[in-house]
Design a protein around this ligand. Sequence first.
Ligand code: IMP
Ligand code: MG
Length: 175
Amino acid sequence: MSGAVPGEVLVTRERLTERVREMAAEISTDYAGRDLLVVGILKGAVFFTADLVRELTVPCEIDFMSVSSYGSATHSSGVVRITKDLDVAIEGRDVLLVEDVIDSGRTLRYLMRNLSARDPASLETCALLSKPAADRLDLGTRYVGFRLPDVFVVGYGLDAGERFRELPYISALPG
Ligand code: IMP
Ligand code: MG
């Protein structure tokens, strides 16, 4: 085990593996014969993206974007800035945006608006985790790994002030 357990384990390593496999199977069915470009959002979705694409049975390309949202360590303000844009043009392509967690949904809403303005053939989203507030924004997220209560979590890419990303499971952050 890497690092110390910061709080209660909410999603075990085994359950992550199993669910990622299920999601990849669904995505593989949906994208058969299409031009799939997987876009991972740095840094939180990096492990999820890497695990997901390795379970796909359809070909894909991979690119990454990095965004920073202004706000405190544990709450995003909704003001989003792209700090690393895509390397490729997405016009006419089938884009699948991969995000670690949808909390308020503001980050994803911004990204969907930004990317859809580039005229992809299709644009869908895949989130490992979704919190209750995200459902209220109704972003139409196509693939959701786990629905969580309104708690702050770390691990499997998710951080608290850049810590705990390396944990191989999803854990609550106490206090
Ligand atoms: P939203 O814009 O409120 O949906 O926030 C999305 C972003 O906030 C995610 O991409 C994460 O970087 C961060 N975030 C939201 N909730 C958590 C959490 O529980 N743990 C770690 N990061 C989180
Ligand atoms: Mg973060």
